[in-house]
Design a protein around this ligand. Sequence first.
Ligand code: BES
Ligand code: ZN
Ligand code: ZN
Length: 479
Amino acid sequence: METKLVYHSFEKVDADAVAVVLFEDETPPAELKFASSWLDDLRASGEFSGKSEELAVLHQPHGMKAKRLVAVGAGKRAGFDLRKCIATAIRALKPKGVKKLGWWLNGADPEAVVEGAIVGNFESDQYKTANQGKSLDSFYAIAATNGAEQDRAFERGEILGDAQNFARTLANEPANRLTPLILADRAKAMAQEAGLEYEMLDQDRMRQLGMGALLGVAQGSAEPPALIIVRYKPETAPKTSDHLGLVGKGVTFDTGGVSIKPAEGMEKMKYDMCGGAAVLGAMKAIAKLKPSIPVTGFVPTVENMVGGKAQRPGDIVKSLNGKTVEVLNTDAEGRLILIDAIAYAQRQGCTHLVDAATLTGAIVVALGHVNTGAFTNNEALLGRVMAAARAEGEKMWHMPLDDEYKDLLKSAFADLANIGGRWGGAVSAAWFLREFAGDTPWVHLDIAGTAWLDDAKPYMAKGPTGVCVRTFTKLALAW
Ligand code: BES
Ligand code: ZN
Ligand code: ZN
């Protein structure tokens, strides 16, 4: 989709439709005087009162160049989500044959507007051979006056929206089309295009280094694993010695291994690489938006399979940092690959770590599909992550990590067990990672409930959400 910020009065914009936002219980802006009788009728008839998700279309609006004027309900001003409002309107207008849409900014933040448009326009249809092309071709944000800051904000929004959709496209790839090595190739292509450094540790290199936890998960699959590394370095020397490491779980398919998952719903486990996709999406945006600190993305990627060589419950593996782990359940594989990536990120000089992972079903039980679970060993870093998330409209909830939970991971035979029993499963999983983060300020984001939509929402297509791409990018930019 072509996106553009245009300076015009909205009456003069040539498009299939021009949309204007109307709040509930507020009189329409003065610029809409010419349409006041239409708007009054809409309200009187009860057809449209400005509630969120409402839409009313006026064809051949008098005095306008566009073919249609669309009133978009925004609800009450308090709690208004601009991105969702736009995305909802776009998703409703696409089936009505609108290809070229103008959006009257009326003072709204152009960054959020174009983000909402790009994310809302995305469809999970990359493998549909028919019924494609439902999407908009052009989106024009219409501003009354020009300004450099406005242009920059618009460009930022374009970059963030595209990066989020890049992550969603990766997550939509089924496991037969996206093996760990193919994911590495996709990361490489992205890095080359964006001007980032790319490196990949292959199986031999990981053996030399001693990444026994990651390799143990990978050994059941015919597809070799990889540790993808993508580096951004600021052009001018940074003022701090801080170095942000982003780590994302990249399990291209999770059968559970020998502790196999039930067949029903297993197809969804192609999305077990959404954390990795979020890291790659964020790195793509970071390359363009150029924050002032170095940021390195790490994506440990494996396929968790059953097979003659697969690891067994009770196997003991040695991780990169030397600790041994008893694998009581082969389905708790995400934490096993993450600990070797975390240890490697520390060796690479990362001073702050944030990971994203579709780590536990337990976080979905705790928080549903609304909030990402956020865990930390450092409140200050969590504060930064939460602030970035809030600015980007990505909901996160601070979860506990009291010392008492740590005991859940005791093993009779190794330093740690990889599972913590039935209760508090998201917390014990986070504690497992924390044991390896050590003193490095670290935040863990469990996105098992937020990375995927089982059903389409008015504002988003079914499938991957691309959660954390914008939060990660904003975190780096605000550093
Ligand atoms: N990838 C899953 C977590 C998951 C479950 C994501 C459901 C999305 C939806 C993870 O590898 C896993 O299987 N975790 C186990 C851990 C358990 C064995 C301690 C789980 O949550 O059941
Ligand atoms: Zn699993
Ligand atoms: Zn998994």
